[in-house]
Design a protein around this ligand. Structure first.
Ligand SMILES: C[S@@+](CC[C@H](N)C(=O)[O-])C[C@H]1O[C@@H](n2cnc3c(N)ncnc32)[C@H](O)[C@@H]1O
Length: 258
């Protein structure tokens, strides 16, 4: 689960790609106009801060397990999410599944598209809470279910450190087994597809309970999600690590039309 490419480098390559594509499709005849587009999602600084506070909330024994014995965060790593991913060189097995955090910048493009203001959002296995905090910055009512007590404590500690950034009334971490709760009633469900030791059971429950019209956003997909429609792969370029996939359940009207 190492993150090999710098997302900032990747982003600039995409921007160049879009500019070239735009020139080819539209031709050079269009007059240049000032852009009116304002990026609406969280700033890079906000994402850096979330990831820094989450990592700072890890106790030394967890750091040692995940970072080859290091019990402190080296200077230089603290402020840089990519460096954090290099520093954390190992995922760890917990009672119900593996723990490793996702790089928020890898999720952001999919989240900016689907996690809209007021969305009811669920993270299955919320770990250190980072994804909930980003969803909240996009305007969601974010719920995370996490079985591991230590992870729940870390996410609550991080949330406290982020109290000026994240709306405390709209982020909730529930300690428990996510199979014991209903997954209906959410607009967006996010699942890191190495989270559970019971991958097939996750797929069957999503097939039954994802609401019509709702989205499932998957990080590090290991196998398809049967019964749901694949809606997007982001970025739409093969061989990127990771590709974020988005599934949707058809509404009854859509299903009847087919
Ligand atoms: C790979 S981590 C992902 C953390 C976070 N969602 C992210 O993307 O950064 C998976 C987390 O899912 C939790 N988990 C696995 N199975 C679970 C279950 N049945 N109920 C609740 N939490 C579970 C693990 O304890 C672990 O913290």
């Amino acid at each position: 689960m190492r993150h090999r490419d710098s997302w900032r480098h990747r982003r600039s390559l995409y921007q160049i790609g879009f500019l070239l594509a735009g020139t080819l499709v539209l031709g050079p005849a269009l007059p240049a106009r000032p852009s009116t587009h304002e990026p609406s999602g969280p700033s890079a600084a906000a994402l850096d801060r979330i990831q820094r506070e989450c990592l700072r909330a890890y106790p030394p024994d967890l750091l040692a397990e995940m970072a080859s014995g290091a019990r402190e965060i080296p200077s230089g790593v603290d402020a840089d999410p990519e460096a954090q991913m290099q520093f954390l060189d190992k995922e760890i097995p917990l009672d119900k599944g593996l723990f490793y955090p996702i790089l928020l910048e890898d999720l952001l493009p999919a989240f900016e598209r689907y996690v809209t203001e007021g969305a009811r959002f669920l993270d299955l296995g919320s770990g250190d809470g980072r994804v909930l905090f980003m969803a909240n910055l996009l305007g969601a009512e974010a719920v995370g279910i996490e079985y591991d007590k230590r992870m729940v404590k870390i996410s609550r500690r991080a949330q406290k450190a982020l109290k000026d950034l994240v709306d405390p009334g709209r982020v909730r971490v529930v300690r428990g087994d996510f199979f014991a709760s209903s997954w209906s009633g959410y607009d967006v469900i996010y699942y890191f597809d190495l989270s559970s030791f019971e991958q097939e059971r996750v797929r069957q429950k999503l097939k039954r309970e994802l609401d019509p019209g709702a989205r499932l956003i998957v990080g590090y997909e290991q196998a398809p999600f049967p019964g749901l429609e694949l809606e997007a792969r982001i970025p739409e370029v093969e061989a990127r690590d990771p590709v974020i996939t988005v599934y949707r359940r058809a509404t009854p009207a859509e299903a009847a039309e087919r």
